[in-house]
Write a protein that binds this ligand. Sequence first.
Ligand SMILES: [Zn+2]
Ligand SMILES: [Zn+2]
Length: 391
Amino acid sequence: MPPPLAKPATPEPAAPETVAPGSVTTGSNDSDDGSLAAAYGATSANSGLVPLTLARRSPQADDVEIAIEFCGLCHSDVHAVRGEWGGQAWPLVPGHEIVGTVSRVGAAVTDFAPGDRVGVGCIVDSCRECESCLDGLEQYCENGMTGTYGAADRRNGDAITQGGYSSSIVVDRRYVLRVPDSLDPKAVAPLLCAGVTTYSPLRHFDVEEGDVVGVVGLGGLGHMAVKLAKAMGARVVVFTTSESKVPAALELGADEVVLSRDEAAMDAANRTIDLIIDTVAAPHDLNPLFRTLRVDGALFQLGLPSEAMPPVNPRALIRRRIAYAGSLIGGIAETQEMLDFCAQHGVVADIEVVRAEQLNEAYDRMVAGDVKYRFVLDTSTLRAPAEEADA
Ligand SMILES: [Zn+2]
Ligand SMILES: [Zn+2]
């Protein structure tokens, strides 16, 4: 029996041996045309990211096999890799901001062909039958969407899904996105999570020319919210606690920056905003933000704090018919719509490309907020450490 964790194995099959697709293997191939992928993942909550080899299933009738070029680093990845969300299966290869090219397709796939540039976001399957799925809201699937990593893959023997810090992935065509050729593929990767997570509530609120959108927090999500809201024609006001972020916010296209700890500035912003996109994941008081909203305004909270938030004052909501809402990524059709919108408006993420061996350092920098605004893994660097370790 192979050890649960293998140092990188050679991509070529050694001796024939049966392993479950999606599981980690020491380096043997599973069958006729399944394949091995070089990857980086965690073997426990304390392991950090280490080189691994994944067995990917051979493409079934509806499957698209993707040679991954780039994968964005999301804050969720850090939480999962460090076991902060509990209930985690190990080993775990994170990554749900995937961009690559199609390498093979299953017999029933007619909408994708080898060579096509494609993307995969946070969802690789859902029940396809419930009201949410039928409405194109797979992220709210009543039977639970299948996440791109760390989830039981119900149509593939409940193998645990493994994500995009990897040289390849196999995904059902229904969950594969087309990446417009005009966009830089490495800067597209973060659109698949950070982009659609902010696009969806902006669209749900029907943001248009003349609306005023407030953005709270200027990280991976916040910087996308600024760009997308601007592209929709809105006036954008960034709320930040840190004066040092003011120039960066203006550079991204914000029309105004309000220091949220400056009471006079917050008073001046009273009743000026139509919609707030709050991207801050740490507990914070929303009541001062509600006061900046106009009648019928809304605040969408996108960050999920691990500790309790200060209580919301219902009076603040009632007196202006304010909606306090949450939102989770976006459905598949909406993600495609977002990519097409970004192509039309030339919107991509601001990124810093990292090599595989820089991933752990990049995680530390993400936690420290030291990135403008998203790290993207260049998966062509995955092979290098594998070859060294084999030597
Ligand atoms: Zn994410
Ligand atoms: Zn469903």
